[in-house]
Unconditional design. Sequence first.
Lengths: 285, 103
Amino acid sequence: MFDAIIIGKGPAGISASLYLKRAGFDVLVIGKDGGDLEKTQRIENYYGLERPLSGKELLDRGVAQAQALGIEVRSAEVTAIEKEANFTVRTEQGVSESKTLLLATGKSRIKADIKGLESLRGRGVSFCAVCDGFFYRGKRLGVIGSGAYALSELSELTRFTKEITLFTNGSPLTAQTIPEGLSIVPEPILSIDGTDTVEGVTTIERTIPLDGVFVAMGTAGASDFALKLGVLTNGTDLAVDSDFMTNVAGLYAAGDAIGGFLQIAKAVSDGALAAKSMIRRLKTL
Amino acid sequence: MALDITKDNFQKEVIDSEVPVLLDFWAPWCGPCRMVSPIVDELAEEVSGQAKVGKVNVDEQQELAAQFRVMSIPTLAVLKNGKLTALEVGARDKESIKKLLDL
């Protein structure tokens, strides 16, 4: 059991991990990649940089700094988070538990552009298997996605129905564990069909009749976890109080995930302040 | 205190209600519903007299869930004079839920 698990190894997550570790708490950082910052070529507006650094270099330095302090930084994709008394964090590699959790996953700038996805939301299009699978017992379902997150959602849905098709929407299948005999439609999707409720999915090659579609494209981000945990949001930004805590007790968020000024300086500050609040909470537990 | 709405009291408590009714469709296994539930309880106290707040357990009240075509929870619905005036899916803060009631 960790005192804190931090999801995201960017400036907000690493900054928080430093403060937590230095205060004597057991902390685990889990991150898949460096998100937006990794793609940034030159950073010139951050404190202390005499010469510009690439985002990748700054991220590597952050991780190295945390590791030098003895913090475990795990390279893995988080596919699910559960909250009971403590937090359970699932990755393809295993399960970890913690007393507090910080979401510092950044912000996904990719918007799924499939016809019918928004208009049929809540009418057969769902973004949360654990919330909505129940309504599709014995029904025909599609899951859109191609990675570990999609397979995690699909696995949750097998509790309710056996008739599930995975639509990778033209993306390569990157999930490591794929159930035997799973029906996979690889070609790009044109639309999710239906006037009132979902009736099927049309790809560039065919139309497949379905009763529901679960969307789990790419990796799960802060807003996906928010949806599943009941975290309140302002649009796609997670809503936090002045202590950086969400409406879920013990669950904090920092950096781009909470919106505002999407800059490294702000993310580092968020991480430090969130850690300060987490430390205060951990001392009372 | 939010009322427990079932198919047996639905007509009396919801359809025949003289004040607007907010319904919270939930289930015990639904994580986000657990976050909405205390907000709805607080609201029930705040709007007492002006509106009614009810909870529908979709596990037990599958007919009601089907009647409202609930396919995702939490779902919040508002009825005035027996007619549906708002239907929202997902967790909301208290102010947003209060707005749905449009008092």
